[in-house]
Design a protein around this ligand. Structure first.
Ligand code: NAD
Length: 326
């Protein structure tokens, strides 16, 4: 039986990867500070532990694994990454996790390790327009990310790539672009735009008004977690090291996304654009390299994933209302 290790298995993408690996018949060990928030983990073994602690890394990586997925990081949406007060924690915590995990994998002869980088590592100056903001991988340098989160991802990408060059390790590095979907953070201050906007629409009355950060013209692309997992596993099992984008190239403005959610909720919501933490003006995933190297493309229309996600968040909102009324 093949064995996989998922670090960050209590988080959003990690828990989806665990579920997929179990379906494929893997024996799976998960590690995280916490269990998944919205489901019982299907992992065969789950270590609740802090990967900043080397002894936890040694306990987690104490056997032969065919695949290791490193997703643990101190992260969140714009309200966490772009407000300044979390900068030190984000850099310190995630860098120490990556240094510890990679060195332990090296000492234990782990064959292949996947690292989840982020589109936030791209320089701000190539993302100042709301259109014409495709991000092919080569635009990463000269580096100038707009957040410490992006700088840590850049450092860690380079760390994994150096391990591949100098230590004969097989690494796979992906730059995720705004992954969303069911069972992700939606109300704890770490949620990202799709979940936050689904929650606001779900909580609003018919003909109600919701606050949206910025002028709403800022553009992004969003990839549903199911296609993210598929793209991740295909990269992991390919011969290509990366770094490579994993994202959707269906770009939409933030106000456009609200309108899309409202077309599902049918509430005739009005948008009140207010100042708030924003990030770059425009960003779209360029998937040319992924398609060339892996021979597969993400293709699900955004609205399909948003439909499933809105349905799930709407249920969560109803459940939390029932909880407070009991
Ligand atoms: P998440 O926050 O849901 O998952 C990260 C998990 O790491 C959390 O469960 C957290 O408890 C765990 N963790 C944090 N510190 C830890 C520690 N010291 N020891 C053990 N576990 C620890 O985030 P996610 O959305 O699932 O993202 C997974 C990875 O993908 C992260 O590395 C993130 O930076 C990257 N990424 C995500 C997106 C996205 O849109 N979701 C975009 C770009 C990159």
């Amino acid at each position: 039986m093949k064995r996989a290790l998922v670090l960050g298995a209590g988080g959003f993408i990690g828990s989806h990867i665990v579920r997929r690996l179990k379906k494929e018949g893997f024996w799976v060990r998960g590690v995280d500070l916490k269990y998944p928030c919205y489901e019982d983990t299907p992992a065969d073994d789950f270590i609740v532990g802090d990967l900043r602690d080397l002894s936890i890394c040694r306990e987690a990586i104490n056997m032969k694994f065919d695949e290791v997925y490193q997703l643990a990081a101190d992260m969140g949406g714009a309200g966490y990454i772009f407000v300044g007060v979390n900068d030190y924690d984000v850099m310190q915590n995630s860098a120490v996790i990556n240094l510890n995990v990679l060195e332990t994998c090296r000492l234990r002869n782990v064959k292949r390790i996947f690292f989840s980088s982020s589109a936030c590592m791209y320089p701000e100056n190539v993302q100042i327009n709301t259109d014409d903001c495709n991000l092919p991988e080569h635009l990463a340098y000269p580096a100038a990310p707009d957040s410490e989160y992006g700088w840590e991802k850049l450092f860690s990408e380079r760390l994994y790539l150096a391990a591949a060059r100098n230590k004969k390790m097989q690494v796979r590095v992906a730059r995720y672009h705004n992954i969303f979907g069911e069972r992700g953070s939606w109300n704890n201050g770490k949620e990202k735009a799709p979940a936050a906007l689904c929650r606001k629409v779900a909580m609003a009355d018919v003909n109600g008004v919701i606050d949206v950060w910025g002028d709403g013209m800022q553009t992004r692309s969003f990839l549903h977690v199911d296609e993210c997992v598929e793209a991740t596993l295909r990269l992991m099992r390919s011969d290509f090291t990366g770094p490579v984008n994993i994202g959707s190239d269906e770009m939409i403005s933030i106000n456009g996304l609200v309108k899309m959610i409202d077309s599902i909720a049918k509430k005739n919501i009005k948008i009140n654009n207010i100042p708030g933490p924003l990030g770059v003006k425009g960003r779209n995933s360029d998937n040319t390299l992924y398609e060339q190297k892996i021979g597969w493309r993400v293709s699900e229309p955004l609205i399909n994933g948003i439909e499933r996600t809105y349905k799930w968040i709407n249920e969560q909102v109803k459940l939390s209302k029932e909880d407070t009324s009991n």
